[in-house]
Design a protein around this ligand. Sequence first.
Ligand code: CA
Length: 514
Amino acid sequence: MNSTNRGGGAVGFALSLTLAGLFYWSGLVGLGAEGARAAQEPGAAKANQRLAGARPLSFVFFLVDDMGWRDAVCYGSTFYETPNIDRLAREGMRFTEAYAACPVCSPTRASIMAGKYPARMGTTDWFGAPQPDAMGRHWTRSKPLLPARYLNHLPLEEVTIAEALREAGYATFFAGKWHLGGEGFFPEDQGFEINKGGIHLGSPPGGYFSPFKNPKLPDGPKGEHLDDRLAAESVQFLQQVGRKPFLLYLSFYSVHTPLEAKKDLIAKYEAKRKQVKAEGPLFAPEGERMARQVQEHAIYAGMIENMDRAVGQVLDALDRLHLAEHTAVFFMSDNGGLSTSEGSPTSNLPLRAGKGWLYEGGIREPMIIKWPGAAAPGSTCSVPVISTDFYPTILQMAGLPLRPAQHVDGVSLVPLLRQDGSIVREAIYWHYPHYGNQGGSPGGAVRAGPWKLIELFEDGRLELYNLKDDLGEQHNLAAQQPEKTAELHRMLKDWRKAVGARLPTPNPDAKAQK
Ligand SMILES: [Ca+2]
């Protein structure tokens, strides 16, 4: 708002005490010391909230579309350039084993909003994918299974994280890709006061350059880049939000197809590509597809860098407006990098496969949380976590009461962020009863400790991997470890029953299998 708010609650409180004159300095010192103590103690968010005039924590959530686990320098990319995401990692905690709830878009998005597994809500495929009774012309029409029917919107009955924060007095702003339902189910129907560009579609209707052809985002000057526009809208929101706590949810359309980037960035990475000396082949077989093995796609690299710049514009605005110290920043992608179809622009190596697959390349994500004064800058966390966890984490960070009946599949990450405790969770589960456009077949998976079991529904095949020894999921241990395999399979089946997961059914039009 203005410079008198620079010091946050302590200064505001102290200034109000100038009216009382006599107690001005004692008030300032007393509150400052208490605030400092509270910031070092567990539950500091709650303690801070109790301080008269203390400023509640605000939230910025960056959700990138289709960004792979290794698509940032801080996650090991040597081709892409991501100085702003890397800066965020230096200022916060970087999670190395963070998962999306699904290997495709909408289900993961729903899991963030609701704190529930997609299987529990029935939102198991990307919204717009063909339903089982509409497979007539689909490429999977002769496959052994008909996919499960899925719900094609996030139900209004779900109290989203945006609704929970709005009820608590937060300003709520959405920009970018929604893909959680159409008319009646837009961001403004799910707790966001402002919606810039969120519609039913999963890719930008006019591509990445204006005219955007987006009914929720007026076209900009011809050629304006969508990332730049979404960042500018976000910055404008920050300039106008005043002292109200806020949720700014910047959900990039990038780096989803269509593969389009600014000319100068393409040229930059075309030149860089010529210097890349790839060891081994560019592509290797993955099922019936070929998976990219080397990051060297110039357009995709340009998309990554442009998205990263947009992240930087918002981070810079937080600094410039003196909001950064009161704002937690989240960064995540909704599914793995696209490596087996639609141009196969990235490689997720050392992870196997990519978007649309239950292997790690499809579900393991870059994930960073910056929590000023609480999460150690530059720290990392290797505890497996999942996109359902954001909901209770944000509530606890804000000092708001948890809603366990809502975020039933989430666990608050606050003890991990504060490095003063651990989280209790038996396992993480996935259920994708669909044929992915990227070549994956219907299946489910469970991760418990280092173990991961994948069940493929077409033939009931089970694959067991020890991720500690075999991050690339190259050695199926199911035959060697029958007891572990049976244990995890039982857990997966019990979980499916508990959440009411829908299964695929035999396809009467299936081609006879050999
Ligand atoms: Ca996606």
